[in-house]
Write a protein that binds this ligand. Structure first.
Ligand code: NAG
Ligand code: NAG
Ligand code: NAG
Ligand code: NAG
Ligand code: NAG
Length: 435
């Protein structure tokens, strides 16, 4: 009788353990009523590993020994979200963890500070960034005591989360390995001294993406490399008027996460060019990548660490790249040289189409009118929406951008198209005459 009792208890205990192990923790789901009343800061750490990439484990802030899958010899990536005015969980964090784990065998910790970030009062959420940073610093120090090296700590911060990452990094004297900031928040941070915001001394390497510098994001460079996608202000495909509802406010800002996710799934890459302004970039004045040696200009996203040493030696680098409206966001850059034989010079816009293997890629060069002069090579920077591996045909459309003006023909003498990355492999050189 006694033995049976004992065995039964044991079985029950085992069953409880198994059930516990299978229980997946979810991100805190709040609603607008919480945000309206305001929430107090609470930090939950959800651990994801390759053992089960979709099932989160709630990690203790003090007792790491209860999580055998939390292997501190590996990189630990913290994903830190931003302001949550409605209290809903971020829609993107599952994709984020899955893609990170597909890329590398690491620990991914989703920092859930929804209690604290969900507040109609933005200033409260801003206040909480300092408290959250101190709390996470204490956790990282415990990881360090258990054998983790600070170099293996990687923080990815979105919006307010970018500044939280900066504060953690500053608390740890800049020794953590890397911070990636995705459209760091501007309001309440713009104009702050370095200790009141993210800055390049916060980690060994700091890379920053800007997508909404004229509204929710931060305008000035904050890292060793700063990427300004489409100039950093308006993202293609995002609504331009307030009549589109809430997406008018957040579309540009949220694009930063989508662009980074796109960089993780390896379908394509976005080369970013160092330049002092977006206008110069579009004019093709910044295509020189010599300072980066054989690697060429840095590629935006997760893999930019390949350029880490050269970027550190350069101090701070501001770069630009353009994207499509939808995923895959990457564009393919060509240099397009056009020579005409019209008597008078011509001003206008070019749309170029490449055809190959039944596919079509389009580049529209319309940020300003270009001047074409007789027997003079006009160099254009053409960014196509797709990368065609082989180009069989090209067509050009010339327009003066005004239906009221007389129509002109561009009498093209020569066109040269050079892929900026596969310079030798795929340059199309054409000679033709038109009447
Ligand atoms: C961090 O926050 C969690 C929950 O919000 C709390 O349990 C923990 O004690 C805090 N850690 C420190 C060092 O304050
Ligand atoms: C991961 O966890 C989910 C949810 O508990 C479960 O359905 C799934 O089978 C697990 N996958 C693996 C590979 O263990
Ligand atoms: C922890 O990770 C390291 C590096 O990936 C690996 O060599 C080691 O076997 C892992 N330890 C455990 C207990 O899985
Ligand atoms: C997550 O990934 C799925 C499958 O690839 C995709 O359909 C979905 O749009 C992605 N969600 C986000 C928020 O990126
Ligand atoms: C950072 O530096 C300060 C001043 O040198 C020192 O007091 C503090 O202990 C250091 N902190 C860490 C985490 O190394």
């Amino acid at each position: 009788m006694f033995l049976w009792h004992y065995l039964l208890t044991l079985l029950l205990l085992i069953a409880v353990r198994i059930c516990q192990a299978e229980r997946c923790e979810e991100f805190t789901d709040l609603d607008f009523s919480h945000a309206f009343i305001g929430t107090n800061l609470k930090i939950r750490l959800l651990l994801y590993t390759r053992e089960n990439v979709t099932c989160g484990t709630l990690v203790s802030h003090t007792d790491l020994s209860s999580h055998p899958q939390f292997n501190l010899s590996r990189t630990t990536t913290f994903i830190i979200h931003g302001y949550r005015p409605t209290g809903s969980p971020p829609v993107w964090f599952k994709n984020f963890t899955e893609l990170l784990l597909a890329k590398e065998d690491m620990n991914v910790i989703v920092v859930d500070w929804n209690y604290g970030a969900a507040n109609v009062n933005y200033f409260k959420a801003v206040e909480n960034t300092h408290l959250a940073a101190n709390n996470l610093t204490a956790f990282i120090q415990i990881m360090e005591e258990h054998g983790a090296s600070l170099s293996s700590i990687y923080l990815i911060g979105v919006s307010l989360g970018a500044h939280i990452s900066g504060f953690i990094g500053a608390n740890l004297n800049g020794s953590i390995g890397r911070i990636t900031a995705l459209d760091p928040a501007g309001p309440q941070f713009t104009g702050n001294p370095p200790e009141g915001r993210l800055d390049p001394t916060d980690a060994q390497f700091v890379d920053v993406l800007h997508t909404d510098i004229d509204a929710l994001g931060f305008r000035e460079p904050l890292g060793h490399i700063d990427f300004y996608a489409n100039g950093g202000t308006d993202q293609p495909g995002c609504p331009k008027t307030i009549f589109s509802g809430s997406s008018y406010f957040k579309c540009d800002h949220q694009r930063s996460v989508k662009l980074f996710l796109n960089s993780l799934d390896r379908t394509c890459t976005s080369r970013a060019f160092p330049c002092s302004s977006y206008k110069d970039f579009l004019d093709g004045k910044c295509l020189n990548c010599e300072r980066f040696g054989a690697a060429g200009c840095p590629v935006f996203g997760y893999d930019v660490t390949q350029w880490r040493d050269v970027l550190l030696s350069l101090g701070q680098t501001k770069t630009y790249f353009s994207t499509n409206k939808v995923c895959p966001y990457c564009m393919t850059s060509y240099r397009l040289e056009v020579m005409i034989w019209n008597q008078d010079s011509r001003w206008g816009y070019i749309t170029a189409k490449l055809h190959g293997n039944g596919k079509e890629a389009v580049a529209t060069i319309d940020h300003r009118a270009t001047q074409f002069k007789k027997f003079t090579e006009t160099k254009l920077f053409a960014q196509f929406d797709k990368d065609l591996q082989s180009v069989q045909k090209m067509s050009l459309k010339f327009s003066n951008g005004n239906v009221l003006k007389p129509k002109y023909k561009l009498r093209v003498l020569r066109i040269r198209l050079t892929h900026l990355e596969r310079k030798r492999g795929l340059s199309v050189d054409m000679m033709f005459f038109s009447r």
